[in-house]
Design a protein around this ligand. Structure first.
Ligand code: ZN
Length: 80
């Protein structure tokens, strides 16, 4: 690996960590994330960190998908 490239790689890592949220924060925001998403909002602009975390974290993604499915089931049972 060339030194310069290694530098960029390191910088990328620190930048990612700076923007990363924890699983706890993600869990707190995931219902808001779903709200934005179901109301047709743009989650990538409104909650980019949550989206990023969900893309990276399997545990939170599972949690999100479970909540999303529950919300969908609720909606379906409401509509005749
Ligand atoms: Zn997580």
């Amino acid at each position: 690996m060339k030194p310069k490239r290694f530098d960029v790689w390191l910088r990328n890592i620190s930048e990612t960590q700076e923007e990363e949220i924890s699983c706890t924060e993600c869990f707190d925001l995931v219902s808001r994330f779903l709200e934005v998403e179901t109301s047709g909002g743009h989650v990538a602009t409104e909650l980019p960190r949550v989206k990023q975390h969900l893309d990276q974290c399997r545990a939170c993604r599972d949690e999100y998908e479970m909540l999303r499915d529950l919300a969908r089931l609720e909606n379906e049972s409401r509509t005749p």
